[in-house]
Design a protein around this ligand. Sequence first.
Ligand SMILES: [Fe+2]
Ligand SMILES: [Fe+2]
Length: 221
Amino acid sequence: MKQELSFESIRNNKEIQTYLEFTDAAFAQMGYKEHGQSHALYSAEIAEQILKYLGYTKREQELAKIAAYLHDIGNIISKHEHDQSSAVMFLNFVDNRDFDEEVYAVTSAIGCHEDKDTDPVSPIAAALVLGDKTDVRHERLRTESKINLDKHSRVIAACQKVDVVVDREEKTIALRLKIDTSICSVMDYFEIFMARTNYCRRASRVLGCNFELYINKDKFL
Ligand SMILES: [Fe+2]
Ligand SMILES: [Fe+2]
């Protein structure tokens, strides 16, 4: 009998928990920011909420949530091309006979989440990208010390507050950041995160919205 994909079953799956744990432990060792449960859950929540506020169906919201939760599990194999390995790992969870439109939607969304030079392939993929690429929360940094951080880590350390605000009427998706400019400058933010900011713009366009960026209440996009 065909098993329906559900966020709950993915979230409670022991193997997936283990993949996220191992990935995060490996990233910790390499000195990279958090890439485990917290990032997976944040991305999933944001992806779901964006589609909800824009009026997409419950099922589309759930598929985006599943895709966003799983998008980085391929890092357990290698950071290199982990978008592809994450998609293939997801397919391993699905019985071949159950391959259908929904499985395709999740697979293709996961598989394109690092293709920053092309538009995400669907609204589900676009929601995943926005969930993933807006996760600049300082909590993901692994050290309390703000001294001797590289530029990327300094920018993350400076992001004290992160909000994603969707306005269905105005057709905007806004990333509102509070940055501690004693840790990094606004210019540093753009230097480090230009590619991801542009990708958020592309993803918003796929959802029929403009992407806006506010830093400390000033509008930059
Ligand atoms: Fe990724
Ligand atoms: Fe990610």
